[in-house]
Design a protein around this ligand. Sequence first.
Ligand SMILES: Nc1nc2c(ncn2[C@@H]2O[C@H](COP(=O)(O)OP(=O)(O)OP(=O)(O)O)[C@@H](O)[C@H]2O)c(=O)[nH]1
Ligand SMILES: [Mg+2]
Ligand SMILES: [Zn+2]
Length: 342
Amino acid sequence: MVDATYTDSGPTIVMRKQREYDEDDIRTRPSRSTKPRSKDRPQFADALAARVITIDRGRVTCAIDDGREFFAITARELGRRSVVVGDLVAVVGIPEANQAREDFARIVRIEERKNSLRRSADDGSERVLVANVDYLAIVSATSNPEPKHGFVNRALVAAFAEGITPILVMTKSDLASGDEFLEIYKAMNLPTFQLRKDRMPSDLIEFIRGKVTVLIGHSGVGKSTLINKIVKEAERQTGEVNEATGKGRHTSSSAVALELEGEGWIIDTPGVRSFGLSHIAKDDVIAAFPDCAEIATRCPKNCSHNESECALNAWVGDDVGRQGRVAALRQILASLESISIK
Ligand SMILES: Nc1nc2c(ncn2[C@@H]2O[C@H](COP(=O)(O)OP(=O)(O)OP(=O)(O)O)[C@@H](O)[C@H]2O)c(=O)[nH]1
Ligand SMILES: [Mg+2]
Ligand SMILES: [Zn+2]
């Protein structure tokens, strides 16, 4: 069993004598002596609801409603199940404020996830980035680094597949206009925000209030810069974009959930290099375009939806709105295909 002490310069992990923790290890619960344990009492009836707000090199930090944050380990009972940022959990043994953190709180239950944002790696493995989000903010910069449709499209698919509402966020509007890049998404009527760091993102703040929003995007697009404007005490580190390569420096190294003023959460994530989707099927994408999906039921079997026999062709006709949506659908399907080919 590993124990840890905490100093200003970070945790010092010390190996202690081999033993398992049990409930008696939790010395931080004052009600212990007044509430005798009964065999009939459901296990962990006194567990509190918490949210996983960050995981840094395996170290899990949770928060509870009163604002307290603390380190936690997953209880033995959970076996190999692991938590991700955004998980809602039940914990026991939460340290009191100002108490030495010599024991970890224990996560005794992971609540069922309403969704989880996942991406697949080249080796076919799947990684859950975050769980239980309402909005996926897909962040691109107008330039430095250049915006990429492939990335936005794949992120859109990932959001649709999990029933998460995507938001398009374009940063660095002071450097160039994002209009041209955003044109193809117009017909999808997605919430779209064009921002610059010298202005307050008031509309976005208003929009995400009370919700859980995760920002994803390439390194250097300005996710942490944006979060610092939205959450006053965030103090997220930001990094210059490399002038020679136009790429970010992967400044943020782990996902962190920060509480919004009032209600809601915003999650900063490390810049992603790619967004693998081999776990997502074509039908998930089409389902995100309900009107197209209905028409596509008349397509020939195994239609790619980008061929002359495709039923969408006749349906589109001269309707500009339909044209836009089918074009967006086809572009997203193409992005899906280009990376799911093994
Ligand atoms: N001109 C301009 N620069 C910006 C804007 N937003 C962010 N930047 C700059 O872009 C650089 C990268 O910003 P970060 O916030 O670190 O980017 P990030 O997306 O968090 O990057 P990673 O943590 O590496 O994924 C910094 O130098 C910011 O000052 C903006 O609206 N306009
Ligand atoms: Mg960052
Ligand atoms: Zn078709």
